[in-house]
Design a protein around this ligand. Structure first.
Ligand code: C2O
Length: 501
């Protein structure tokens, strides 16, 4: 295994991915941000210097397990202090599992300003090797003309009594690069679809071409054919697409953004945000044909079974029930809450508190209002999420590919309190959408220590507080040492921390 090293200066640059020019957060003077590429077993090193001038920053590597390197996970106030302007941080960790991932700022609702990119971990023993000729990445995202900080400020105003998130100005594909994906007829492509969205779910349809799904998030699945996918914020799908070889022409594809309304099978054909791209097999040919979608009937996520069948893990040793909906805090600010409580961001990162509170670190009371849940090494945790809201919400757990046991359709009501009926193979992924007025039950095992966030991946809802903190095997984190550059950032931010004694 090798080491891949990236040196990044992060700064504001101008870009116009949808024709409207605005400042975005770029890397080494350019935007879109680069792709991180590594192979299973490699060490990935990212040396970041914050040249934004006016904002702190940081990077989270979404979907990466961070086995015994939780302090490299990236969320500010959770596993590190924010990186102030003029300062640096080095992330260094091993990638232990193959897949399509992405990285993004996990600081102040910052990734909708453009600080995000794909992260690919190649598999030397890819079970689908030989079934495709080439790989391409297809990113989809909602897009905003105002900067995130302003959008968040408006959202968190007491006047926002309807809990409205910022509404995007449009949709972009591949960060505004060409919407043409160059295909050669007869070849098969592994298309790695990634959603960078902050709010909307993307519906995708390729004219005349089936998608054969081989991976969801960073978990292989049994090859499953579909014509349409719904990709929620932060989700990924790897699909095989064989370029039709009976003719040589350009086939349109449609990406349509659902602005966090619930999806019923016969929902309106079009939301206001649509993007037509092309599987371009004839560069000199026609690029005017529009898609032929007449109905959205995306595959149900629950159809994707792990490549190696996996019954639910058990027996459950810890059950967590989380009801989520919107709420107003003591200051009259609109929030989003778990069991009535919004997460209140902490100055001292929770992981640092875990390291320094000794035997008290198994007591949730030492962590403040972060919705803390404490688990022991080896615990099999079941989380039941009740969606009390009338919209769909995509939930992500850091550090794990969890099992999805029950995921009923919209309007199914609340979790009964009883464990799953599933006995066969259940899906595994890191981001699952919870249907409106319905619920999801997930399970995972505590296999290594760390502090892992569990939150709605609608970035605006993170800023509203729809986050819980899973503190896993804290007994193994007492007195751990943090890298000096990480601590220097705390000192520069005047964040009191008495660790590394
Ligand atoms: Cu993709 Cu908490 O993150």
């Amino acid at each position: 295994a090798g080491t891949v090293t990236y040196q990044w200066e992060v700064s504001w640059v101008n870009a116009a991915p949808d024709g409207f020019s605005r400042p975005v957060i770029g890397v080494n003077g350019a935007w879109p941000c680069p792709t991180i590429e590594a192979t299973v077993g490699d060490t990935v090193v990212v040396q970041l210097t914050n040249k934004l001038g006016n904002q702190t920053t940081g990077i989270h590597f979404h979907g990466i397990n961070q086995v015994n390197t939780d302090y490299m996970d990236g969320p500010s106030g959770v596993t590190q202090c924010p990186v102030p302007p003029g300062s640096s941080i080095t992330y260094s960790f091993t990638v232990d599992a193959p897949g399509t991932y992405w990285y993004h700022s996990h600081n102040m609702g910052q990734y909708p300003d453009g600080f995000r990119g794909p992260m690919i971990v190649h598999d030397p023993v890819d079970p689908y090797k030989g079934q495709y000729d080439e790989e391409v990445i297809l990113t989809v995202s909602d897009w905003y003309h105002s900067q995130s900080l302003d959008l968040v400020r408006k959202m968190l105003s007491p006047n926002n009594t309807q809990f409205q998130p910022p509404i995007p100005n449009g949709i972009i594909v591949n960060e505004g690069r060409s919407g043409r994906i160059n295909f050669v007829k007869g070849k098969t492509y592994r298309v790695r679809i990634i959603s960078f969205a902050a709010l909307g779910s993307a519906m995708i349809h390729f004219d005349s071409h089936t998608m054969r799904v081989i991976m969801n998030d960073a978990s292989y699945v049994q090859k499953t054919d579909t014509y349409q996918l719904r990709v929620s914020p932060a989700q990924r799908y790897d699909v095989l697409i064989s370029a039709i070889d009976r003719d040589r022409r350009n086939y349109p594809f449609l990406v349509s953004l659902d602005i966090n309304r619930d999806f019923a099978n016969d929902a309106t054909l079009r939301w206001p945000y649509n993007f037509t791209g092309y599987l371009a097999m004839d560069p000199a040919g026609d690029f005017t044909q529009k898609d032929v979608v007449t109905k959205w009937r995306p595959a149900d996520d629950s159809r994707f079974s792990p490549l190696v069948p996996e019954p639910p893990i058990g027996p459950v040793t810890k059950t967590v029930k989380l009801d989520f909906t919107f709420c107003i805090d003591a200051n009259g600010i609109p929030r989003a809450c778990f069991n009535g409580q919004p997460m209140v961001p902490q100055k001292v990162p929770t992981l640092y508190s875990v390291a320094t509170t000794g035997n008290d670190n198994t007591n949730p009371l030492v962590y403040g209002a972060v919705n803390p849940f404490i688990f022991k090494m080896g615990d099999i945790v079941e989380v039941a999420l009740n969606n009390i809201d009338a919209a769909i919400h995509p939930f992500h757990l850091h550090g794990h590919q969890f099992q999805v046991l029950d995921r009923p359709a919209s309007g199914a009501g609340r979790w009964s309190g009883r464990s799953t009926s599933s006995t066969g193979s259940v899906p595994r992924r890191d981001t699952v959408s919870v249907n409106a007025n319905s619920y999801v039950v997930i399970r995972f095992k505590v296999d290594w220590p760390g502090v892992y966030l569990f939150h709605c991946h609608i970035e605006w809802h993170v800023e509203m507080g729809l986050t819980a903190t899973f503190i896993e095997a804290p007994e193994q984190l007492r007195g751990i040492q943090f890298p000096q550059d990480h601590l220097d950032n705390c000192r520069k931010m005047n964040i009191p921390y008495q660790g590394n004694a």
